[in-house]
Design a protein around this ligand. Structure first.
Ligand SMILES: NC(=O)c1ccc[n+]([C@@H]2O[C@H](COP(=O)([O-])OP(=O)(O)OC[C@H]3O[C@@H](n4cnc5c(N)ncnc54)[C@H](OP(=O)(O)O)[C@@H]3O)[C@@H](O)[C@H]2O)c1
Length: 338
């Protein structure tokens, strides 16, 4: 197939490109050439900013466009409109966050999404949910019956620029006393970027349309068992120092940002179902998962050969990489681990 990827050089997009090449697709990437200016062999690269240079894609034909870099409804609408006559299908990579609030486990694709953002709201961090949901509506509005909307949960694995799951892999591989929230039973969902990329391509190849939650694993995972399994898979040298959630909250430790994947559910009821959405539709559409241990091993191998610190995802729009600094963790261990 002839595939256009809007993005394609940082993380999920890059894995879609790598898998697409292996499967023999003809790929064109459209991005600014900032995240990874190196040419990808055998792939056409068009450099431009999707906010102003979309005309570079005019009068071209592809079987499908895959949009991994859409955050603002007006920008996504412009690309859908420009491409509508030259493509068959448009895949928009949205997010589980599009639901906006997660009061219960088991939200499926029929649950309501976040309300419209305030007019002219373009703060992608603050209005991420509202903007992603609005982007979905733009794609579906411009290309009725031709849109595939994928709502991933936390995406993890090699090349992850966010340091969320990676924080735990790096920290537990490092050994020693590790500060961990006493939230063993909290549900956790995540998906290996390569499982997601391959499955998105499966859907694109099948010319699928509709909306899909996309996260894993197949059977429920808890925060406690995730940490245990990462520890085992990274050599078992770390010693867990479990600190009660209320003590972490009193000390001002930020869930998710400072201790990734920890939600502090006693104080954040609206996130009860955030890492526990329904994935039945995706499973019926063929989504499968490699083992957590494989993801950990490959993430660690990537970390060890990585030359540079992580690049910010889409630089201006996403928050800084997650996790506690060494100094902050030591300070908290001293104060809280009594
Ligand atoms: N990470 C997660 O856990 C998670 C969870 C749920 C959903 N998601 C969604 O998954 C997608 C993941 O994206 P990714 O960053 O991994 O994709 P990617 O396609 O690998 O990287 C982002 C691409 O967008 C390009 N880009 C950014 N701004 C651009 C602009 N103004 N004009 C043209 N190109 C631009 C970047 O290149 P240049 O910088 O060179 O332009 C880069 O190629 C996002 O839509 C995100 O909302 C992520």
């Amino acid at each position: 197939m002839r595939l256009l990827v809007l993005g394609g050089t940082l993380f999920l997009g890059r894995h879609i490109v790598d898998t697409g090449r292996v499967r023999g697709h003809t790929l064109t990437l459209f991005n600014r050439g900032r995240s990874d200016p190196a040419p990808v062999p055998g792939v056409e690269q068009i450099h431009g900013d999707r906010e102003r240079d979309l005309s570079l894609l005019a009068d071209r034909q592809w079987d499908a466009a895959i949009d991994t870099s859409g955050y603002l409804p007006r920008v996504v609408r412009a690309s859908a409109e420009l491409l509508a006559g030259g493509i068959d299908r448009y895949t928009f990579v949205s997010s589980i966050s599009a639901y906006g609030t997660f009061p219960r486990p088991g939200l499926d694709e029929d649950a309501p999404t976040a309300p419209a953002p305030p007019p002219d709201a373009e703060d992608v961090v603050r209005y991420y949910s509202e903007l992603k949901a609005a982007c979905e509506r733009e794609v579906e509005g411009v290309l009725p019956g031709r849109a595939l909307v994928v709502r991933p949960g936390l995406i993890v694995g090699p090349r992850d620029p966010t340091e969320r799951f990676t924080y735990w892999v790096r920290r537990l591989a490092g050994g020693g006393r590790v500060l961990v929230p006493r939230a063993m039973d909290q549900p956790v969902q995540l998906i290996d970027v390569r499982d997601l990329a391959g499955w998105i391509l499966d859907l694109v190849e099948a010319r699928a349309t509709g909306v899909f939650n996309a996260t894993g694993p197949a059977t429920p995972l808890t925060f406690g068992s995730m940490l245990e399994r990462i520890r085992s898979a990274t050599g078992g040298r770390a010693e867990f120092v479990w600190v009660p959630e209320d003590r972490l909250a009193e000390a001002g430790v930020e869930p998710w940002g400072e201790l990734p994947l920890w939600l502090d559910l006693p104080r954040h009821e609206a996130f009860r179902g955030f890492l526990a959405v329904d994935i039945g539709r995706a499973r019926r559409a063929g989504l499968t998962f490699r083992s957590l241990e494989e993801t950990v091993a490959d993430t660690l191998a990537w970390l060890r050969q990585r030359a540079d610190p992580p690049k910010q995802a889409s630089d201006e729009v996403l928050p800084p990489p997650a996790g506690l600094s060494k100094e902050r963790e030591s300070d908290l261990l001293e104060r809280l681990a009594t």
